[in-house]
Design a protein around this ligand. Structure first.
Ligand SMILES: Nc1ncnc2c1ncn2[C@@H]1O[C@H](COP(=O)(O)OP(=O)(O)OP(=O)(O)O)[C@@H](O)[C@H]1O
Ligand SMILES: [Mg+2]
Length: 611
C-alpha cells in the first residue's frame, strides 16, 4: 500500500497498529481495551441484530442453562456418594455414580451444542454486517471517500468486523454462562450451608484483592508493549511499502538499526510484562489453595457440630473452584466486549452515512450531445472556491482541450461533469438537460472517463477492457485496442486478451494508460473525458492516440485535459484555465495569434525546439 503523507491517514494507520487485537496472543484481564463513545446506543443496535436470530439465541441460552444445571448437579451428587461411603447416608451407591456420569456427559454435550450454535450465529451476523458495510461503501458519495483515509475504511471492513465476530461467537456465550455459573453456584452453596458459603466467598474476595493490587503495574507494562508493537509494525510496513526508495538511497542499514532499536525495546518490555503477568498465576493459586484449606478447616468444624455432612465439604471444594474460573473469564471478556463495541461503533458510523442520492429522471441523449457550463462556482470546501464563475459551451461532437497550471481546477471540472460533486452555484447542461435533475447513474452511463491516476483491476486484460460494457464482443475489444495503439502490446503478452495483470502491475505506466484509454473506447460513450490520459506515453504514440480519439469520437463530444500542448493543437476549442477561471479560449491558431497566456505556455514548452 502507498505510504501516505496525509496526516489523517498516518494517524489512522498508527491507531490501527495500536488497536488491540484479540487474536494476537493470549487474552488476559489486563489487556488494553478501547472505550466505546456511545455504549448504550451501540449496544441497543447490536441487540437489534441478535433479535433477528431468535432461534439461535434461544437455543444458545437453553444449552447454557441446561449445561450449567448439569455441571452444578455433579458436585451435589458427589457429596451424596461420599456421604454413602462415610456411612452418613443409606441410599444405594451405584445409581448415584451413574447419575454423576450422566450429568457430566450431558454437560459436555450441551457445551458443544452451545459452541456450535454460537459459531453459527457469529458467522451469520458478521456475514450480514460485512455485506451491509460493503454495499454501503460502494454507494457512498465520492466526496466521502475523498475525505476519509482509505486505510481506516479498510480496517473497519476487516479488523473491526473480525473483533465483532470473535465477540459474538466467543465472548458473549462466555459472559452469559459466566454470570449464570456464578449465580447458580452461589445458590446451590447457599442451599447446602449459608455459613460455609460465607467462608467460600472470602476466598473470592482475597483473590480479587490480590488481582487488583497487581493489575496496575501489569496494565502499564502491557500498554507500553502494545505501543512498541504498533511502532514496530509501522516500521516494518513503511520499509516494505517504500522499499524501492529505501534501497535507492542505500538506507537499508539505517532502517535496520531503527528496527533493531524498537525491537530491543519491545523485547525488554515484553519480558517485563510477561514476568509481571507471570507472578499473577502463582499468587492466585496460593490464595485459592489457602481458601480451600479455610473451607476444609471451617467445614470440619461445622461437620463436627453436625451442621453439615462430610460430603458437603467435598462439594464446596469443587464449587469454590467452579466459582473462581468464570470470575477470571469475565474480566477477560469484559475488555473484549468493549473493544468489539468500539469497533461496532465505527462500523455503524459508516452504515449511518447517507448514500449517494440516486434520484432524478433518466438522461436520454441523441447520438451526440453538447455540454454547457453556466456560471459554475464550486469549492470542495464551499468557503474556498476552486472553480469560479466558469462558463463554457462545448458543441455536440466537438473536442475541447482544457489546459492550465497544476491545481487550476481541470480535474475538478471533470468531477463536476460526472456529478462526483455538485456545484454550489450555476448549472451544467448535457444535451440541453440540467444534470442536477437527472440521475447520476444515467448520466455516468453516457460518459467514459480515463483518470489521471490509471486504474486497472487485478484480472485478465479482457475483464479490464469489458469492465464498462459487459456485452462487448472480441471484435469490439480488438478494435478498441488497435485504436488505443496497444494491440502490439497485447499480442506480445502470453495469453493475449486472457493475460492476467495485477492491480500493482508489471506493465509500464504508459502501457497502463493506453489500456485504460482502450477501456474508455470499449465503453462507447456519448462523452469521453481524458484527464492527462496520455501523460506517460511518448509523444508520437500520444499524437496517434489523439488522432484515434478524433476518429472514434467524430460525432461525439470529448474533453481532453493535457499538459503537453503539442497533442491538443488540433482540438476544436482550447480553454486555458487559471485558478478556477477561464482566462482564454479559442483554436490553437487564434490563441497563438493573440499572444496571451496560451502563447506564453506554448513558447515555453517549445523553447529551443524547432516547431
Ligand atoms: N478532493 C478534494 N478535496 C479538497 N480539495 C481538492 C480535492 N481535489 C482537488 N482539490 C483542490 O482543488 C484544486 C484544484 O484541483 P484539480 O485537481 O482540479 O487541479 P488540476 O487542474 O486537475 O491540477 P493538475 O494539473 O495537477 O491535475 C487544487 O487546489 C486541489 O488541491
Ligand atoms: Mg488534475
Amino acid at each position: 500500500m502507498r505510504r501516505s503523507s496525509n496526516p489523517r491517514e498516518v494517524r489512522a494507520m498508527e491507531s490501527r497498529a495500536r488497536r488491540p487485537q484479540m487474536m494476537r496472543g493470549r487474552a488476559s484481564p489486563f489487556d488494553e481495551h478501547e472505550k466505546p463513545e456511545n455504549l448504550a446506543a451501540t449496544r441497543r443496535r447490536i441487540i437489534g441484530y441478535f433479535a433477528r436470530e431468535k432461534f439461535f439465541v434461544g437455543g444458545i441460552f437453553a444449552a447454557i442453562v441446561a449445561a450449567i444445571g448439569f455441571d452444578l448437579a455433579v458436585p451435589a451428587l458427589q457429596s451424596r456418594a461420599i456421604d454413602v461411603i462415610a456411612g452418613q447416608s443409606s441410599e444405594p451407591f451405584f445409581p448415584v455414580l451413574w447419575l454423576m456420569l450422566g450429568c457430566s456427559v450431558l454437560a459436555g454435550c450441551l457445551g458443544f451444542v452451545r459452541d456450535v450454535l454460537s459459531a453459527r450465529i457469529g458467522q451469520r451476523l458478521i456475514g450480514r454486517l460485512r455485506a451491509e458495510l460493503f454495499s454501503k461503501i460502494v454507494n457512498l458519495p465520492v466526496g466521502y471517500i475523498d475525505r476519509h483515509s482509505h486505510g481506516d475504511l479498510m480496517s473497519r471492513m476487516t479488523n473491526d468486523i473480525d473483533n465483532i465476530s470473535n465477540t459474538v461467537s466467543m465472548a458473549l456465550p462466555t459472559l452469559f454462562s459466566g454470570v449464570l455459573t456464578i449465580a447458580g453456584t452461589v445458590s446451590v452453596m447457599l442451599w447446602f450451608s449459608w455459613q460455609l458459603t460465607l467462608v467460600a466467598c472470602t476466598t473470592i474476595v482475597l483473590t480479587a484483592i490480590s488481582v487488583s493490587l497487581l493489575a496496575g503495574p501489569v496494565r502499564r507494562a502491557t500498554r507500553v508493549r502494545q505501543e512498541l508493537l504498533g511502532a514496530l509494525n509501522g516500521k516494518a510496513e513503511e520499509t516494505i511499502s517504500s522499499y524501492r526508495t529505501v534501497v535507492a538511497y542505500g538506507q537499508q542499514a539505517r532502517m535496520g538499526e531503527e528496527f533493531e532499536r524498537v525491537s530491543d525495546q519491545l523485547t525488554h518490555s515484553g519480558v517485563k510484562a510477561e514476568t509481571l503477568a507471570g507472578i499473577l498465576n502463582p499468587v492466585m493459586n496460593a490464595v485459592s489453595n489457602a481458601g480451600l484449606i479455610l473451607i476444609v478447616a471451617c467445614g470440619a468444624a461445622f461437620a463436627l457440630k453436625g451442621m453439615i455432612t462430610v460430603g458437603v465439604i467435598a462439594a464446596f471444594l469443587r464449587y469454590a473452584r467452579q466459582f473462581s474460573r468464570p470470575i477470571n473469564e469475565l474480566a477477560v471478556v469484559w475488555g473484549q466486549l468493549q473493544t468489539a463495541i468500539a469497533g461496532a461503533e465505527r462500523v455503524f458510523a459508516i452504515l449511518d452515512e447517507a448514500s449517494e442520492d440516486g434520484s432524478g429522471r433518466d438522461l436520454r441523449l441523441e447520438s451526440s450531445a453538447g455540454i454547457e457550463f453556466k456560471g459554475v462556482t464550486f469549492g470542495y470546501d464551499p468557503k474556498k472556491p476552486v472553480i469560479r464563475d466558469f462558463s463554457l459551451s462545448v458543441p455536440a461532437g466537438g473536442t475541447v482541450a482544457l489546459v492550465g497550471a497544476t491545481g487550476s481546477g481541470k480535474t475538478t471540472i471533470a468531477n463536476l461533469l460526472l456529478r462526483f460533486y455538485d456545484p454550489q452555484q450555476g448549472e451544467i447542461r448535457v444535451g440541453g438537460q440540467n444534470i442536477a435533475e437527472v440521475s447520476r447513474e444515467s448520466l455516468r452511463r453516457q460518459m467514459a472517463i480515463v483518470l489521471q491516476d490509471t486504474v486497472l483491476f487485478a484480472g485478465s486484460i479482457r475483464e479490464n477492457l469489458s469492465y464498462a460494457r459487459e456485452g462487448a464482443g472480441p471484435e469490439d475489444l480488438w478494435h478498441a485496442v488497435r485504436l488505443a495503439r496497444c494491440d502490439d502490446l497485447i499480442e506480445m503478452l502470453p495469453g493475449k486478451m486472457d493475460a492476467k495483470i495485477t492491480s500493482g502491475g508489471t506493465l509500464s505506466a504508459g502501457e497502463r494508460q493506453l489500456l485504460s484509454i482502450a477501456r474508455g473506447f470499449v465503453a462507447d460513450p456519448r462523452i469521453l473525458i481524458l484527464d492527462e490520459a496520455t501523460s506517460s506515453v511518448d509523444t508520437r504514440t500520444e499524437k496517434a492516440v489523439q488522432e484515434a480519439i478524433r476518429e472514434v469520437m467524430s460525432n461525439r463530444t470529448s474533453i481532453v485535459i493535457a499538459h503537453r500542448l503539442s497533442t491538443i493543437r488540433d482540438a476544436d476549442l482550447i480553454v486555458v484555465m487559471d485558478a478556477g477561471r477561464i482566462v482564454e479560449q479559442g483554436t490553437h491558431a487564434e490563441l497563438m495569434a493573440r499572444g496571451g497566456r496560451y502563447r506564453e505556455l506554448y513558447d515555453m514548452q517549445f523553447a529551443g525546439l524547432d516547431t
